[in-house]
Design a binder for this molecule. Structure first.
Ligand code: FES
Ligand code: MG
Length: 580
């Protein structure tokens, strides 16, 4: 068995380090790829976990990124082995990419543990690919480094920048309100996604890229370098070099993904105006590594933090400008200088602390990364709500909401599910005004299934035509990180799991109090109990695949990160039995 210069026992030597029948088999078949014998002699074998897929357009450029990672690995004395895993692509995958985040995480975990690798580079981009790969790698707890694919260049329409996703929601409402022509709508489609990369707004992909950097799982600047900027390839090369040393240093994910790292990430999410989806994904990652993260941590650590990054959907700019302005290092420095980075000593993948990495980071544009005393939003972060309508919590993103609606009472207009919403909202006779509260059921983890991003229900066309731009909306669904509005999401327990959301009726008065963290339906406890007792059992509609049934049977609620009950926890990377 090979021993390293620093007495680190290479995991891969359990495959390639013996002269017996097993060693023969493991090496010989690998040699059909033209690998010389000396590559098997004590070099760290580095997996490159690739979510490349032409059906995940945001990750379709990943083979080129992998080539640069490989150069770095070889330069540092390791040997790269690239492997594919299930690619949960947001734009194409139906009924929702969230349904397969856990599937991908299982794929990652089993691929790592069952194969000869000493460490892994996680190639991630589109929303779900980042949490899926971190979840799988965290359950194995081997050295891992995140390399993100990077955001698309700014979208363009009529000479102006348009933001991924956000433009779609806006333009669609404008078409419905008769404010723009179908010709403009289609012109936007052509200029919206004009380079490789992920959504260029501070949507979920950009948010999770920032989370990976704030957690310390990537090199500095990983989050924001545009996908097609050559510096992205340099970063991939450097990450490949670094992961080899991480093997020798035995720098495992559990040393990086500490409670302190998650607190930093929550604070950063507030500062960047990040997606509500981060609440679910960080909880799921934390659950895998054994860090106990609660919804209230988002209130305790996140609230009160100014949002300083002025990006769509909350602000004005896009990821390209964010990188040129200084990227996440600039934000981390700004937070740290104002006592707002809770754990400066948190370790990162390059062996330095988050503060050592970022304390001198320059900021080039204070319109994009604003001064602390001139924030985009004074009190950013995610608002956590509880009440008789959401006993296990719900979330709202204040920076994407309308200030005048954050304290609101209104009459409920209830949709039993997304299909009901789609037909009923178009009814010209629907008795609705702008003070009503739109309530949608059965779009949660079990109900949809997969908790689709349908929570930002479009407004009734007749109110749009009146110029109404926002209403309070409540559901057990998620919302795209590129969307906006006074939208209460992730209501837990969901309607399909017996949550009180399921008993709301047309005409009930709903009260939302963001400052007080409350979400209630104004009925008595006795009435609530009676309605819950009277409720008929509902089933998920339509044919279900085997995987969908597994999902419905085992998915945890939003407050627990929507992981599968049997996947929570770290199972390590002990080498399995021989296959022959
Ligand atoms: Fe892939 Fe937005 S659709 S990042
Ligand atoms: Mg998204």
């Amino acid at each position: 068995m090979s021993e390293t210069k620093k007495n680190v026992k290479l995991r891969s030597a359990e495959w390639f380090g013996t002269q017996d029948k097993n060693g023969f088999m493991y090496r010989s078949w690998m040699k059909n790829q033209g690998i010389p014998d000396h590559e098997f002699q004590g070099k760290p074998i580095i997996g490159i976990c690739n979510t490349w897929s032409e059906l995940t357009p945001c990750n379709a450029h990943f083979r080129k990124i992998a080539e640069h990672v490989k150069k770095g690995i070889i330069e540092a004395g390791g040997w790269p082995v690239e492997f594919p895993v299930f690619s949960s692509g947001e734009s194409n995958l139906r009924p929702t990419a969230m349904l397969t985040r856990n599937l991908a995480s299982m794929d990652v975990e089993e691929s790592i543990r069952g194969n000869p690798m000493d460490a892994v580079v996680l190639l991630v981009g589109c929303d779900k690919t980042t949490p899926a790969l971190l979840m799988g790698a965290a359950s194995c707890d081997i050295p891992a480094i995140v390399v993100t694919g990077g955001p698309m260049l700014n979208g363009k329409l009529n000479g102006k920048s348009i933001g991924s996703g956000t433009a779609v929601w806006q333009l669609h409402e404008q078409v419905k309100a008769g404010e723009i022509t179908m010709h403009d709508f289609l012109a936007a489609e052509a200029g919206h996604s004009r380079s490789a990369g992920t959504c260029n707004t501070m949507g979920t992909a950009s948010t999770m890229a920032c989370m990976a950097e704030a957690l310390g799982t990537s090199l500095p600047h990983n989050a924001a370098i545009p996908a097609v900027d050559a510096r992205r390839y340099v970063l991939a090369h450097m990450s490949g070099m670094r992961i080899v040393d991480m093997v020798w240093e035995d720098l495992r994910l559990s040393k990086i993904l500490t409670r302190e790292a998650f607190e930093n990430a929550i604070r950063v999410n507030a500062a960047i105006g990040g997606s509500t989806n981060a609440v679910i994904h960080l909880k799921a990652i934390a659950g895998r590594i054994g860090v106990d993260l609660e919804l209230e941590d988002w209130t305790r650590v996140g609230r009160g933090t100014p949002t300083v990054v002025d990006l769509l959907p909350s602000g004005r700019f896009l990821m390209e400008e964010f990188y040129y302005a200084g990227g996440l290092p600039g934000v981390l420095r700004r937070l740290g200088e104002h006592g707002l980075l809770p754990n400066k000593d948190a370790l990162t993948v390059n062996g330095k602390t988050i503060w050592e990495n970022n304390q001198d980071a320059p900021i080039y544009d204070e319109e994009v990364i604003r001064p602390i005393d001139k924030p985009l939003i004074k009190d950013g972060g995610i608002c956590i709500l509880r009440g008789n309508l959401a006993p296990r919590g719900a979330v709202l993103k204040p920076s994407a909401a309308s200030p005048h609606l954050m304290q609101h009472r209104g009459r409920a207009i209830v949709f039993e599910d997304f299909d009901h919403y789609k037909t009923r909202i178009l009814d010209p006779d629907l008795d609705v005004d702008e003070n009503c509260v739109l309530v949608m059921k059965n779009c949660g983890p079990k109900g949809y299934p997969g908790m689709a991003e349908v929570g930002n229900m479009g407004l009734p066309p007749k109110l749009l035509a009146k110029g109404i731009k926002d209403m309070v909306r409540i559901s057990d669904a998620r919302m795209s990180g590129t969307a906006y509005g006074t939208v209460v999401l992730h209501v837990a327990p969901e309607a399909m799991a017996g949550g009180p959301l399921g008993i709301v009726r047309d005409g009930d008065i709903i009260s939302l109090d963001c400052a007080g963290g409350r979400l209630d339906v104004e009925i008595s406890d006795a009435e609530m109990q009676q309605r819950l007792a009277d409720r008929a059992e509902t089933q998920v509609k339509g044919a279900k695949s085997g995987y969908q049934q597994l999902y419905i049977d085992h998915v945890l609620q939003a407050d627990e990160g929507c992981d599968f009950d049997f996947l929570v926890g770290m199972r390590g990377s002990a080498v399995p039995k021989h296959s022959h």
